[in-house]
Design a protein around this ligand. Sequence first.
Ligand code: SAM
Length: 285
Amino acid sequence: MEPLLNNIEKEFIFTDDDFNFLSELAVKTAGINLTTDKRELVYGRVSKRLRILDIDNFKDYCRLLKKKNSEESLHFINSITTNVTSFFRENHHFEYLADNVIPDIIKSNAGLSTPRLRIWSAGCSTGEEPYSIAMVLREHISDIDNWDAKILATDLDSNVLKTAKQAIYPLERVKQVSIERKKRWMQMGCDENKDSIKIKEEIRQLVHFKQLNLTEPWPVQGIFDCIFFRNVAIYFKKPTQTSILNRFADHQKINDKLFVGHSESLIGISQKYQSIGQTIHKKVS
Ligand SMILES: C[S@@+](CC[C@H](N)C(=O)[O-])C[C@H]1O[C@@H](n2cnc3c(N)ncnc32)[C@H](O)[C@@H]1O
């Protein structure tokens, strides 16, 4: 039955069948769990695609997605991801990185001619998180240019990665960054770009962006001293969260740290990590 009443005054007809198809596709391709309370959100986000494609109902849009190798799948996934982020979001993680993680890494690398450091920003959105990490590394490792230091920054959404790589942000988005950091790590735009900043090359060169779906196999190798997995797990069902965390554990040593978002808990999700407070976890097995 088509719930026509729900569609009164709506621009596009959006039935339960359409919603069910889209939510199944989201969970299948990206692990994103669109519960029924997300119905309005899906309508709002996906309607933009219907307008761009000049399609006047969701049934036809779903038909397009059902075609084999449909290019629209990428746009659909981009439209349903939530990309909210900011520089130094949940700042205590960056303080912990500076005061605890970095000193430990320096100690464990002592004596090596090329010290090594790897940090993964998994679900990096438009880049504010990995660039914040890079600023902290530069501020606390004075000889970092002699290090083999890399921040891997990955996301599923190809649009946010494009923005991240450009490293240009409206002034509005750096309002909360300290004046010292702005002066040191950001370049003011001029003329028609006077309302934006660009992240300086010495920060950008530490960050390596890659498209990666966390629910699929990862072309990722090696050990990460620290993983930022913040405000991403919240969109996944528990078994998906467990599987991702157990796979992170394969890329960390005992005691390496994992940061999650303020509303995310790992309790009952993975035995491989133990909370040490403030949404910081250490690998234990
Ligand atoms: C709310 S943002 C978090 C950004 C940043 N970590 C922070 O805390 O500010 C969530 C990000 O996770 C990404 N994401 C969602 N599902 C994903 C998946 N299956 N694989 C990789 N990234 C995914 C989204 O595209 C989005 O950019």
